[in-house]
Write a protein that binds this ligand. Structure first.
Ligand code: AGP
Length: 616
């Protein structure tokens, strides 16, 4: 969702406009529909903003054209929530005196009431946004005699909701005030020279590796090359440690690939190998907690939810207990009267910031003895703060809005936990467990071989499906997760309404859509559901369906029933069906990617989507 980038410097040789524009561009992946920049010079605010993508806005107005002597600027990409994506609703928003400018991520939930009160006091509003109440509230507090920082503190006392925000004031050109409450913000620093702020580290990583990660309810006063932090609740100064970012900006750049999505699809073998190095002790402690649990839930959103569906299937096989999957946004509603205090909850989130997942866990933790086991790709993310144990997947930064490599590393992590459970419970012999381990270790090679040899086939299938704005991915058992994830990827990046569904359940309604030539993609690993899936394939074939199947290399039966097959390498005893969500899904990711390109879309910038969903 929205992105914030800001800078305050005492250096004369910095081309501020260029730095700010490049910084906010590095946050484009978060998803947005408008962009704005405010700078300050000669006791005046200079604002450039409009709706549209940065490239389009640049053609109309040069966002980077800010006064030469300006030493401070804030930039924002807006993902519309309150009010349509228009120039007026774009950030920054100002107070009545045009002295205070605010950029804001998140939502001020009680903005209607605040707006009414402020209007009664004579404040004039220009936009439909919730954000605009903030500069007016600050203005009010300054009129009451508070200084800049304390006005921000006082103003926020009346706001409820989530925010990451940055404020500048023409009378305080040497500072920017930044506040975090449930919406991520990081501060980058070149000591004594320049300070940056951003909603995500990649925005300033080419400029500095030193940063402070802000926590909820913290306020920071940014000056050129220095920062002071305060606890928002008592306005007292706090000390924070500088962190040095170890990963390289290359990890957050396209590295020769046309899109982040494609790069990240191809990074999966490495991401999986790195994630396999997770500490055995940590895996064991997850396994122990699950083994001793009575009630186990797994919760997540979107792709992380589908990874959870696949993972809970694998864990349940070895644990011998059912794990209830619940979408995070439904968690509290569905369990309000039934969450037992000794439950264990597995929370899965790439970003660790998805508000519904964080809120589900925060609520669950109000119950005594509930334990939370988190799997995330982001160290120190909000979710980790409410967790008893955390595994950080080693996918590396994922910039593409459509999750790819984080999906496979999430499933892998859940599979690794499952194997530790198998060892603990001794439900399988050591040699059997070793077979699973060998198969898991072979997954990077299988994916690598597949990606190397199948791009032309996938492109041909994209052409075959050109006229099909709707079709199904059908599967049974564990592969339903793969089908759902495939459907989600196509919806996200290719704007096709493709549904991932249970092959058996499809008879109870969806089959009525099938006509001559209607494409159905079957996910058909030869697991325990295979024979019945063949029956389902026959049913769809009998109705004229065009059968495209994802099969393992030596599957002759489904091959003969299909019009087209996509073959997943099956290196002898190194392949195992239970890990098919890891080895089969990259084919569907590629299909979504090339379908997106075929229809002239940008897979890295899907319409209306945001990488991290921080509103309910
Ligand atoms: C995946 O392609 C989507 N971008 C989306 O469904 C995502 O998986 C979901 O928003 C959850 O995000 P999280 O993993 O960061 O919690």
């Amino acid at each position: 969702m929205c992105g914030i980038f800001g800078i305050i410097t005492n250096q004369g040789n910095i081309s501020l406009g260029k730095v700010v524009l490049e910084g906010i561009k590095r946050l484009e992946y978060r998803g947005y529909d408008s962009c704005g920049i405010v700078s300050l010079s000669n006791s005046k605010l200079y604002i450039k903003k409009d709706s549209g993508k940065i490239e389009e806005i640049q053609k109309k107005i040069n966002l980077a054209d800010i006064p030469n002597d300006s030493k401070l600027a804030l930039a924002h990409t807006r993902w519309a929530t309150h009010g349509r994506p228009t120039r007026i609703n774009s950030h920054p928003h100002l107070d009545c005196s045009n002295k205070i400018a605010v950029v804001h991520n998140g939502i001020i939930e009680n903005f209607l009431e605040l707006r009414k009160n402020l209007s009664q006091k004579g404040h004039l509003f220009k936009s439909e946004t919730d954000t605009e109440v903030i500069p007016h509230l600050i203005e009010d507090k300054m009129e009451e005699g508070f200084n800049f920082k304390d006005s921000v503190v006082e103003a926020l006392k009346s706001c409820s909701g989530a925010y990451g925000l940055a404020v500048c004031h023409v009378d305080y050109p040497e500072s920017i005030i930044v506040v975090r409450k449930e919406s991520p913000l990081v501060i980058g620093i070149e000591e004594g020279k320049t300070t940056y702020l951003a909603s995500d580290i990649p925005a300033f990583l080419p400029l500095t590796r030193k940063c402070y990660i802000m926590e909820d309810d913290e306020l920071a006063v940014l000056k050129a090359g220095e920062v002071d932090f305060y606890d928002l609740n008592n306005n007292k100064k706090i000390e924070k440690e500088i962190q040095v970012i170890k990963w390289n900006i290359d990890a957050a750049e396209k590295g020769g690939y046309e899109h982040f999505m494609l790069k990240e699809i191809y990074e999966q073998p490495t991401a999986i190998k790195n994630t396999m190095k997770i500490s055995k002790d940590l895996l064991k402690s997850f396994a122990n907690t699950l083994w001793s649990a009575e009630n186990i839930y797994i919760t997540a959103a979107g792709t992380s939810y589908y990874a959870s569906l696949a993972g809970k299937f694998i864990i349940s096989k070895f644990l011998g207990k059912y794990i209830s999957p619940i979408e995070c946004s439904e968690f509290q509603t569905q369990l309000s009267n039934s969450l037992k205090s000794d439950s264990v909850i597995i929370a899965v989130s790439q970003s660790g910031e998805t508000i519904d997942t964080v809120e589900a866990i925060r609520w669950a933790k109000t119950k005594k003895n509930v334990k939370v086991l988190t799997i995330t790709n982001v160290v120190g993310s909000t979710l980790t703060r409410y967790s008893d144990k955390v595994i950080v997947t080693q996918a590396g930064p994922e910039i593409g809005v459509a999750a790819t490599k984080t999906y496979s590393t999430q499933v892998l992590t859940l599979a690794l936990i499952a194997l530790e459970i198998a060892k603990l419970r001794k439900v399988e012999s050591e040699s059997e467990i070793e077979k699973y381990e060998i198969a898991l270790r072979a997954t990077p090679q299988i994916i690598e071989n597949f990606l190397k040899n199948n791009v032309d086939l996938i492109k041909d299938i994209v052409e075959t499906l050109e006229q099909s704005a709707q079709f199904f991915f059908l599967a049974r058992g564990i592969s339903i997760a793969t089908a759902k994830e495939g459907g989600l990827k196509l919806k996200e990046v290719a704007c096709r309404f493709i549904e991932g569904y249970s092959a058996a359940h499809a008879k109870h309604g969806p089959i009525s859509l099938v006509r001559e030539g209607f494409p159905i993609i079957f996910i058909a690993p030869p697991d325990e559901t295979y024979q019945r899936l063949i029956g389902n394939i026959m049913e769809f074939k009998a109705r004229g369906g065009k059968i495209i199947s994802l099969i393992v290399e030596n599957d002759k039966t489904v091959l003969e029933l299909s019009d087209i097959t996509i073959k997943i390498p099956q290196p002898g005893d190194k392949y195992h069906n239970i890990f098919s969500p890891i080895t089969f899904t990259p084919a569907l990711q590629l299909l979504a990617y090339y379908t997106s390109l075929h229809h002239g879309l940008d897979p890295d910038k899907p319409l209306n989507l945001s990488k991290t969903v921080t509103v309910h």
